[in-house]
Ligand binder design. Sequence first.
Ligand SMILES: *Cc1c(COP(=O)(O)O)cnc(C)c1O
Length: 387
Amino acid sequence: MTENKHTSAGVRARAEVDLAALRGNVRALRSRVGPGVALMGVVKSDGYGHGMLPTARAALDAGATWLGTATPHEALALRAAGIESRVMCWLWTPGDPWREGIEADLDMSVSAMWALREVTAAAREAGRPARIQLKADTGLGRNGCQPADWPELVAAALDAQAAGLVRVTGLWSHFACADEPGHPSITAQLDAFHEMVAYAEKEGVEPEVRHIANSAAMLTLPQASFDLVRAGIAMYGISPSPELGTSWDFGLRPAMTLSASVALVKRVPEGHGVSYGHHYVTSRETTLGLVPLGYADGIPRHASGRGPVLVGGVRRRVAGRVAMDQFVVDLGGDTPEPGATAILFGPGDRGEPTAEDWAEAADTIAYEIVTRIGSRVPRVYVNERPA
Ligand SMILES: *Cc1c(COP(=O)(O)O)cnc(C)c1O
């Protein structure tokens, strides 16, 4: 989907992904958590919009030993591409392909009895045990097994293990507020995780890995590393939250640069309305530049009138509404040639805005900015091979 065979791919717009930056981020995160802790590169949602397979390979090149996805289909796509590392996926729905997951050697998360029933049935059919990881809801209140239901799930998993249907490879959980250091839920969740792990181990579970840390936790909570950390947004070079610090503060470099070619430059008089609804009206005679990217490409309409863009070395803002396929910037009389580059965001060291700046302009988080870049924007990879 992200590949484009036309030779002009990337002329209109492109999301350049610097895989050397991604590898550097993985190395920086590994050195932060120390040598005894495995690193899982989280590549769900098409690698947070960066392209799943190239980012997965780059993460492994830089020393990640696990990959993580949300859906089983994403995990199976990694296997179909020949990736042999450990692969874990955690968002299962009744009827999902458990048997394919077993045959593909996935580590499959189980949060509830329905899932244990489906995975053991699939293991019977496959004639081999499933690798499962039991997920504890230590307070997030999303996926995972509540403490009150944990003894039943642990007992049933141990029965299935004794019957040769599963092997419990992991015990794990997920934080609600790791990006808010000092939030009381953090120590409460850590305490609950210690208790739920201790209970399962006392009952006889021997997990290979225990894990709870996402990017924010691995940057701020060394005591939450356990055996493995799950690196998502930080691997792509973006800070989990501007309140925690910038990418630079953590030695991370944003991997994606989103740019487009200016499609039209024209002079307009004072008082000219711009784009749907005329929410922007020129205050003097000026020039307008047309940027051929819109909300269909993932540019948030909510950033209308606000999103920052670098054109000809000058920071501009979206003038008026972001439309489905295009938006306009007021170039203040400048007349770049059509085809000049407009940079929406990048690492930030050439004066261009960052994904974080767009997140602020759209009242959202940088995760959403990069992840929503649409399939119509070709991903262009640079520094694909380690030097
Ligand atoms: C997405 C996800 C992660 C990665 O989170 P980041 O904040 O991007 O590091 C880790 N664990 C689970 C369960 C997730 O869904």
